[in-house]
Design a protein around this ligand. Structure first.
Ligand SMILES: Cc1cc2nc3c(=O)[nH]c(=O)nc-3n(C[C@H](O)[C@H](O)[C@H](O)COP(=O)(O)O)c2cc1C
Length: 211
C-alpha cells in the first residue's frame, strides 16, 4: 500500500473506511427482491475469503422461496420455544422473541445459510489436532461470511448474521435438504434496508496490547 493510501485511511473517509465502518446489522427489509445476479456477486465475494490450506470449507445454501423461509422459521421457532420454555422464560417473552425472529426471516428477500464441510480438510487421528482443524474450517467460513456482509453493504443491501442454525443444525439441514456433511453455522438475512442503525466500537486501547 502506498503512502497516499495510508493518508486516505487515516482520514477515515476513504471508500474502504466507509465500507467497513458504515456496515451495520440490518434486520428489517423492504419487500423488494434481490436479483439472482446480485446474489451471485456477493456470494462470489464470500468465495474469495482466505481459508485454511485454501480448502474453502464453506458451503452456502441460498433461500429465495417464501415457502422455504416460512418452513425454516416455523420449524426453528418450534425448537426455540421448547428451549426457552425449558429455561423457564415467561410465555409472553417466548412469543415475542420467536415473533421477532419470524418477522426477520420471512421478511428477508433472501437467506444465505452458511455451513462448514470437513470433506476437504485434513484428518487427524488425535482429538487436539482434529479440533484445531475444525476450528480452522469454522474460522475460514466466518471470514467468507464477513466478505459476504461487506459485499452486501457495498451493493446497498442490508444483512444480518443470525446464529440460530448453530442451535438447531439438524432442523436446518432437514428443511433445506443439505448434504449430510454440511454443518450449518449461521443464517444471513438479506434485503434492501428498511431501517438505519448506528453502532460504536471500543477504542484500540481497550482491545489491543502492544509488545
Ligand atoms: C457470530 C455472530 C452471531 C450473531 N448472531 C446474531 C443473532 O442471532 N441475532 C442478531 O440479531 N444479530 C446477531 N449478530 C449480529 C450482532 O448482533 C452485530 O454484529 C453486533 O451487534 C454489532 O452490530 P453491527 O453488525 O451493526 O456492527 C451476530 C453476529 C455475529 C458475528
Amino acid at each position: 500500500m502506498n503512502k497516499q493510501k495510508y493518508d486516505d485511511a487515516s482520514t477515515n473517509d476513504s471508500y474502504f473506511w466507509r465500507l467497513v465502518q458504515e456496515r451495520r446489522s440490518i434486520r428489517r427489509y423492504q419487500p423488494r427482491p434481490i436479483s439472482r445476479s446480485l446474489l451471485e456477486q456477493i456470494l462470489t465475494a464470500a468465495l474469495w475469503a482466505p481459508s485454511a490450506h485454501n480448502r474453502q470449507p464453506w458451503r452456502f445454501c441460498v433461500v429465495e422461496s417464501d415457502a422455504v423461509k416460512l418452513a425454516l422459521s416455523q420449524t426453528m421457532g418450534r425448537r426455540w420455544r421448547q428451549d426457552l420454555a425449558a429455561d423457564d422464560a415467561p410465555p409472553e417473552t417466548i412469543e415475542r422473541r420467536v415473533a421477532i425472529s419470524h418477522a426477520r426471516i420471512t421478511g428477508a428477500a433472501a437467506l444465505v445459510t452458511a455451513a462448514v464441510s470437513m470433506d476437504d480438510m485434513d484428518v487427524h487421528p488425535d482429538p487436539k489436532r482434529a479440533k484445531a482443524e475444525w476450528l480452522m474450517a469454522v474460522q475460514s467460513t466466518a471470514l467468507a461470511c464477513q466478505n459476504l456482509l461487506l459485499a452486501a453493504h457495498h451493493y446497498g443491501l442490508g444483512a444480518c448474521w443470525m446464529c440460530a442454525p448453530l442451535f438447531v443444525p439438524d432442523v436446518v439441514r432437514g428443511i433445506l435438504n443439505l448434504p449430510e456433511t454440511w454443518r450449518p453455522q449461521a443464517l444471513i438475512t438479506l434485503g434492501y434496508p428498511a431501517e438505519e442503525k448506528q453502532k460504536e466500537r471500543l477504542s484500540l486501547g481497550e482491545r489491543v496490547l502492544w509488545r
